[in-house]
Design a protein around this ligand. Structure first.
Ligand code: TYD
Ligand code: MG
Length: 469
């Protein structure tokens, strides 16, 4: 029999070592490595019956790619923004991990989803490991959901929870809030450790698969954006969604990160109100609220989030620096892309930005990941530097190449349609690819090279005191 070796596990990232160390080499965390009781490999946490070695494997039938496939049976929550992210509803027997900062509104959202399903006559069980039943009830009451037949419990032991769930009708939805508070008898580590989180999740996932109930696990996120501990859970579950937003703004975004049963680029937009989360059917209007149209340094970017177009305001501030090394700060966009856009403006359009502080902000706390934002960012930067406001009725999208060429991006017609709906009349964009030409709802101002954009902005009147360029 093989000798049992001790394993050491980083509690931050789940990296496995065969000796103790003060610092995790994988994630750089200090003092996070703990000896694992019961071995590091996942099978150690399985019940003995599953682990028992078999001398011979069982032969199973193989199937072809052709054949009957059924859409997985789904239970829509009835909250359109949530159903959009799950891909049309919770799939039976599937497990979703919802991560987010503490206080962002995970419990609120899931209580609303639970109440909606329960009111529609489905069995919903909400297990809170963080709050007492009274607290959960009080919040539900405040949101006007006090009469909905959600079954509540404040429990943390996974075996007890599964035993309770196994009685009576199989629930359509089980919410576990949160996975970090759960613990199982099968491992000895303390609750909240990677070992406990992983073993608890394993049990709950097995419960979902065998019973057919959809299970939602709530996971808290650490400051650097990782779902702490639950990172080791991410690959075990069927879908991972993150709930984002910052406390300074009232809206929240649910973003699918992984989804075995649906799209991964969809977002759901909510607004935190005094009565829980409200759906935002027209997020573009929300993100453009309170826009200062006459101010230099702002450009409206017509972006896409999954299948949905989304207009956001890109704000730039370019000002002469008082420091030896100019500051570059970005909120809501990739700092590496800003550096690239700045480099292209310097190299190809002759702008001198080396002695300027540059700040770029996506208004409203939205996070943009598309390279299509390059042109909008460039326009905002040039506008701020020259002190000339951009035309208020224009939207921008296009990817910037290192040569200064502006390259086409996907879904131009969808972006333009959304802009037209919100009252914009001009799209400052790269040349469209064939089929998109002609019947666009906006006037196109085609930019082939970054120098054309700079020349157009330079020709505009200066409104306010310009930063010297
Ligand atoms: P919560 O759902 O408890 O966050 P999480 O479970 O992600 O930790 O949300 C708590 C925050 O939401 C808290 O700051 C108060 C706010 N909130 C409202 O603004 N309106 C409401 O109706 C509710 C229930 C909460
Ligand atoms: Mg909570």
């Amino acid at each position: 029999m093989a000798k049992r070796r001790a394993t050491f596990l980083c509690q931050e990232c789940g990296a496995v070592y065969n000796r103790w160390m003060g610092k995790c080499e994988a994630c750089g965390a200090w003092n996070s490595i703990v000896e694992e009781v019961g071995g590091g490999d996942a099978s150690a946490n399985m019940p003995a019956a599953l682990r028992s070695p078999r001398s011979k494997g069982r032969v199973f039938a193989l199937e072809g790619l052709e054949g009957e496939t059924k859409e997985p049976p789904r239970t829509p929550a009835g909250i359109a923004e949530l159903d959009r992210v799950t891909g049309g509803g919770f799939v039976r027997g599937s497990v979703i991990l919802i991560g987010g900062d503490p206080g962002i509104g995970k419990s609120t959202l899931l209580m609303q989803a639970s109440a909606a399903l329960a009111s529609a006559g489905r069995r919903v069980v909400y297990i809170s490991g963080e709050e007492a039943v009274g607290q959960v009830r009080l919040r539900a009451e405040r949101m006007g959901l006090g009469t909905s037949p959600v079954e509540l419990a404040a429990q943390t032991n996974v075996e007890d929870i599964i035993a309770t769930l196994s009685e009576g009708e199989v629930p359509a939805l089980v919410v576990i809030d949160s996975i970090q508070t759960m613990w199982t008898d099968t491992v000895e580590s303390a609750p909240g450790t990677v070992t406990q989180v992983r073993a608890s999740a394993q049990h709950l996932i097995r419960y979902a698969k065998t019973s057919g109930a959809a299970v939602i696990l709530v996971g808290h996120v650490t400051k650097d954006g990782q779902i702490a501990g639950p990172r080791v859970v991410e690959h075990m579950v069927d879908a991972v969604a993150s709930f984002e937003g910052d406390s300074a703004h009232h809206f929240r975004i649910l973003r699918a990160v992984k989804n075995r049963f649906g799209p991964t680029d969809e977002i759901g937009v909510f607004e935190m109100t005094g009565k829980g989360l409200a759906e935002v059917a027209n997020p573009s209007a929300l993100f453009l609220e309170g826009r200062d149209k006459a101010a230099p340094g702002t450009a409206v970017f017509a972006g896409m989030e999954g299948t949905r177009p989304l207009l956001v305001e890109i704000q730039a501030l370019v000002a002469p620096t008082s420091l030896g090394t100019p500051r570059r700060a970005v909120v809501g966009w990739d700092p590496a892309r800003l550096s690239m856009v700045v480099a292209v403006l310097e190299a190809h359009a002759g702008l001198k930005l080396g002695m300027h502080d540059i700040y770029l902000n996506v208004a409203g706390g939205m996070r943009v990941t598309e390279p299509a934002c390059d042109l909008a960012a460039a326009a905002a930067l040039v506008s701020s530097l020259s002190g000339a406001a951009l035309p208020p009725d224009s939207v921008y999208f296009g990817e910037l190449g290192l040569s200064g060429a502006v390259r086409p991006v996907a879904q131009a017609p969808t972006r333009m349609k959304e802009a037209a709906k919100l009252g914009f009349s001009t799209a400052v964009i790269p040349a469209l690819r064939g089929e998109a030409d002609g019947a666009t709802p906006l006037r196109s101002n085609v930019i082939g090279h970054i120098t054309e954009l700079v020349a157009q902005i330079a020709a505009r009147p200066r409104h306010r005191n310009a930063a010297s360029g």
